[in-house]
Design a protein around this ligand. Structure first.
Ligand code: NAI
Length: 398
């Protein structure tokens, strides 16, 4: 397997990173992009990354040169250009997040590769079944979702569609595992595991802001110092960019047929409309211009605990619900959130530590006070409480 040829299409942030991962692990790699400027940028990025590995003593010069020599860069995605992908055992597409464009690419690519080749997508939000729908052999299409930056982040979500064969899922998982990635298995549902279960970190924090419970600086401070998260939600949204973060929320909300649990925030939409996209535009919830003053948090431990309790109850509920609906296993939801978004601990273990009855009571009280179904507790949470069971207990309640 170590010498299987890997194809990557789309040489942007994700595609370039994925190509690097495969090349570092010994695979010949073919990397294409519609734009020659993108392949040129990826090539320069790879050279820089390998130079850094040598500088840090992690690779010899010869090994770094060998990694770079294993990558073939292809300009354009016409059928002629894609002929370079004929020897690939797996092709991962990481092009623009548009269903019609991805489907068109798959239609062009499928007849070029061997019938046994895996066609994988790095999509964050599209249905894998919809991508498979564009192919003649639907059993070979699978989601292989890396996190940014791909060479650094350990998690890969493997997402079989209803059409995907068990063999393709197993082979895609084996590739990612051989690249020293932590793999989790997710069902083909909006947001897969991480982008679904993480929604309340943003959504509930935005709700607290909108309700005037506290300002951004205080909520960020609470979730960092009391919650133990690396970044607060507002600084994290500013970092990710509101265009990207809002689009993910929106696609999960739409994909879930407008379930109020995933309702986007008007406050965030206004930032987006105003072009205050966060760090990259110099302004989001915070200002990033040189010399801009940063608002100070209200360092009130009682208020901070209240904020953290509410966000955590929602996060734990979301993790429990993902297990309840068969999106993933108890083990995988813990792995996904700790390795995909660096949560300080798994949400089920965290829920156990808080106490499942306490989490349930908090949600019931929020649901009662607000009348809003976004707070409805997962059936599985109720069952675990009734059974006096750990949230990590993998049993199925019926
Ligand atoms: P990007 O904008 O950095 O790169 C996309 C690349 O695809 C560009 O270089 C563009 O020229 C190229 N492209 C567009 N249409 C093409 C086509 N028809 N054929 C060939 N190349 C084409 O985007 P990024 O962030 O790398 O995202 C790529 C995919 O990965 C998307 O599906 C995205 O949802 C997914 N993803 C993104 C993550 C992120 O944090 N940026 C994380 C995980 C998945």
């Amino acid at each position: 397997m170590s010498h299987a040829t890997i194809g990557v299409i789309g040489a942007g942030a994700m595609g370039a990173g994925i190509a690097q991962v495969a090349a570092v692990h010994g695979h010949p790699v073919v990397l294409a992009d519609a734009l020659p400027a993108a392949t040129a940028k990826a090539r320069a990025g790879h050279a820089k990354a390998m130079a850094r590995e040598v500088e840090k003593g992690r690779l010899t010069q010869a090994a770094a040169d060998a990694v770079l020599a294993r990558i073939t860069y292809v300009d354009g995605v016409t059928a002629e250009a894609l002929a370079a992908f004929a020897p690939c055992d797996m092709v991962i597409e990481a092009i623009v997040e548009r269903l019609d464009v991805k489907q068109q690419l798959l239609r062009t690519l499928e007849p070029i590769v061997a019938p046994t080749a895996i066609l994988a997508s790095n999509t964050s939000s599209l249905s894998i079944a919809a991508l498979a729908g564009a192919c003649t052999e639907k059993s070979r299409v699978v989601g292989v979702h890396f996190f940014n930056p791909a060479p650094v982040m350990p998690l890969v979500e493997i997402i079989p569609a209803i059409t995907t064969s068990a063999d393709v899922t197993a082979r895609a998982t084996a590739f990612a595992a051989s690249w020293k990635k932590v793999t989790v298995l997710a069902s083909d549902t909006p947001g897969f595991i991480v982008n679904r279960v993480a929604r309340p970190f943003y959504g509930e924090s935005l709700r607290l802001l909108e309700e005037g419970v506290a300002d951004c600086a205080t909520i960020d401070w609470a979730l960092r110092t009391v919650g133990g998260f690396r970044m607060g939600p507002f600084e994290l949204m500013d970092f990710i960019g509101h265009d990207v973060n809002f689009a993910v929320t929106r696609s999960v909300f739409d994909g879930m047929f407008h379930d109020p649990r995933y309702r986007p925030s008007l406050r965030q939409q206004r930032l987006l409309e105003a072009g205050w996209l966060g760090r990259k535009t110099g302004r989001g919830f915070y200002e990033y211009a040189d010399g801009a003053s940063q608002p100070a948090p209200t360092e009130d431990p009682v208020l901070a605990q209240r904020i953290v309790d509410r966000v955590l109850a929602m996060l734990v509920n979301e993790a429990v619900e993902a297990v309840h609906l068969g999106i993933c296993s108890t083990t995988d939801v813990e792995l996904a959130m700790t390795t995909g978004v660096n949560y300080p601990r798994g949400l089920l273990a965290w829920g156990d530590e808080i106490g499942a009855p306490t989490v349930l009571a908090r949600l019931q009280s929020l649901q009662f006070e607000t009348g809003d179904d976004r707070y409805r507790p997962s059936v599985r949470l109720r069952h675990a409480v009734q059974a006096g069971a750990s949230l990590l207990d993998a049993r199925r309640y019926s």
